[in-house]
Design a protein around this ligand. Structure first.
Ligand code: IFM
Length: 481
């Protein structure tokens, strides 16, 4: 495969998806628990929940919202596992006050939601839709009225369809449109909305949406990897500049899906190392390096040809106030000589615990990415902006007595605490997610909520994990079992 990762190789790559559950591993699982000195979190530690507009809001045409790439994708036959769409989701465009009551009821002081770009600018650029902004104005005010700090993500995968029609993130101009949108949000909400997250998990959007075709916009073209990655990075840099110009006191961060990339078969499986290093380059480093170091990893070189212009890296390397880390599971990657691409998704080690999503439950992976951020990237302030696990797949109601989720959260919070004790500057933790919602290509079959919802009535029922998280957030003390 040479020193980098070949274009052909990437065509067959799939990480983090439910499919990996079916593969068999060939190494043994190691210890995954963290050791901590104290179970007490600092008094100013931020406890919150995270959600995303497309997965929760519903009301896809209300108040002049424009169509997004996910509205298009979900209606294409075969794209969504249960054939569902997000037209209702958790109905949170209309029921947001109930959601905020639930957040306040759990004693949480922070709510990470995303703003739907096409509610603000129905075609992604040009004329602003005041009614769309009014909704987020009300949402921000409702949070503040309950003592909850709003954290708004500007892009959580729901690109306005009109921009996709002009090339989406593979077109350089989308970066400029994103900055204009950011400035519009800051101008209207920035007097009260002080915490802004630019992008959510751009690696997932790039690889799953543009290379593997499993997410919107459903493209399968390895040639899109470079331009999509670069224009999202560039758009983020331009947006941070625009936000700071609009309001000088904003706290601005980005959210990245950091994933340890491990050779399948264990560290001694050196033949799998080029594949895992290649994935690490495009999945983790292609986002962290330009932002925090002003460079791209060498393995991205070929992909970026013709897209990276003089001055771009200076725009991308903007100071941030926090790095948002989303963590779910490590990736296992292998060289596969039987496959034309020579690269394939490996499996977690034998005996590894898997959640219902097929993701390995491995809190040591969270400790590992946090150590890397501390060691290799100058130890920036960090927020854990997502972490959580799914109920068993199915069409039935959510599992109310979700002890498995309590254990998942407890063990991952131990990893967070151990990283803090080792020197990481972690200021908060947002559980994914508040209410069982629409999980992209898996539809309603996967449920990550602390709260269940009856889809027929919209009635919300807190699960055991909701009460447990409330206890942790209100006492700052992590139970030992
Ligand atoms: O639901 C998603 C979210 O939109 C992005 N991060 C992972 C979550 C669970 O898969």
């Amino acid at each position: 495969m040479g020193k980098g990762i070949s274009r052909r190789a990437l065509g067959a790559l799939a990480v983090g998806g439910a499919a990996s559950a079916t593969l068999s591993g060939c190494d043994r699982v190691g210890p995954t628990e963290a050791t901590i000195k104290s179970r007490r979190f600092p008094n100013d530690f931020v406890w919150g929940v995270a959600t995303a507009a497309f997965q929760t809001e519903g009301s896809p045409t209300a108040d002049g919202r424009g169509p997004t790439i996910w509205d298009t994708f979900e209606k294409q036959p075969g794209r969504i596992k249960d054939g569902s769409n997000a037209d209702v989701a958790t109905d949170s465009y209309r029921r947001y006050a109930e959601d905020i009551d639930l957040i306040a009821g759990a004693g949480l002081k922070a709510f990470r939601f995303s703003i739907a770009w096409s509610r603000v600018l129905p075609t992604g650029a040009g004329s602003v839709n005041a009614a769309g902004l009014d909704h987020y104005d009300r949402l921000v005010d409702a949070c503040l009225a309950k003592g909850i700090t709003p954290y708004a993500t500007l892009f959580h995968w729901d690109l306005p369809q009109a921009l996709q029609d002009k090339g989406g993130w593979s077109a350089r101009d989308t970066a400029n449109s994103f900055a204009d949108y950011a400035a519009t949000v800051a101008a209207r909400l920035g007097d009260r909305l002080k915490h802004i997250i630019t992008l959510n998990e751009p690696a997932v959007h790039t690889v799953f949406g543009h290379v593997l075709g499993e997410h919107a916009p459903g493209l399968k073209d390895i040639a899109l990897l470079g331009p999509t990655t670069h224009h999202m990075n560039l758009g983020q840099g331009l947006a941070i500049q625009a936000l700071r110009a609009a309001k000088g006191d904003l706290r601005i961060g980005t959210t990245q899906a950091l994933q340890p990339c491990r050779p399948a078969g264990g560290p001694l499986a050196f033949w799998n190392r080029p594949a895992s290093d290649g994935l690490d380059a495009l999945w983790n480093k292609a986002w962290l390096d330009p932002l925090l170091k002003g460079t791209y990893p060498a393995a991205m070189g070929d992909f970026l040809k013709g897209h990276l212009r003089d001055g771009d890296l200076e725009i991308i390397r903007q100071p941030i106030d926090f790095l948002g880390v989303n963590y779910y599971a490590p990736a296992y990657v292998k060289l596969d000589l039987a496959s034309p691409s020579q690269i394939a998704v490996g499996a977690p080690p034998k005996g590894a615990e898997l959640d219902a999503f097929g993701r390995q439950i491995d809190p040591s992976g969270l400790a590992e990415v946090l150590e890397r951020v501390r060691r290799d990237y100058g130890n920036p302030p960090v927020l854990i902006t997502e972490n959580g696990c799914s109920d068993p797949f199915g069409d039935g109601p959510g599992v109310i007595d979700d002890g498995f989720r309590v254990q998942y959260l407890r063990r991952h919070l131990e990893a967070v605490k151990s990283a803090m004790e080792a020197g990481s500057r972690i200021g908060g933790y947002f559980a994914w997610t508040l209410i069982d919602n629409w999980e992209w290509d898996i539809g309603y079959t996967s449920k990550f909520g602390l709260v269940a919802m009856d889809r027929a009535t919209g009635v919300r029922t807190p699960k055991a994990s909701y009460g447990w998280f409330k206890q942790v957030a209100t006492t700052g003390l992590l139970p030992a079992t």
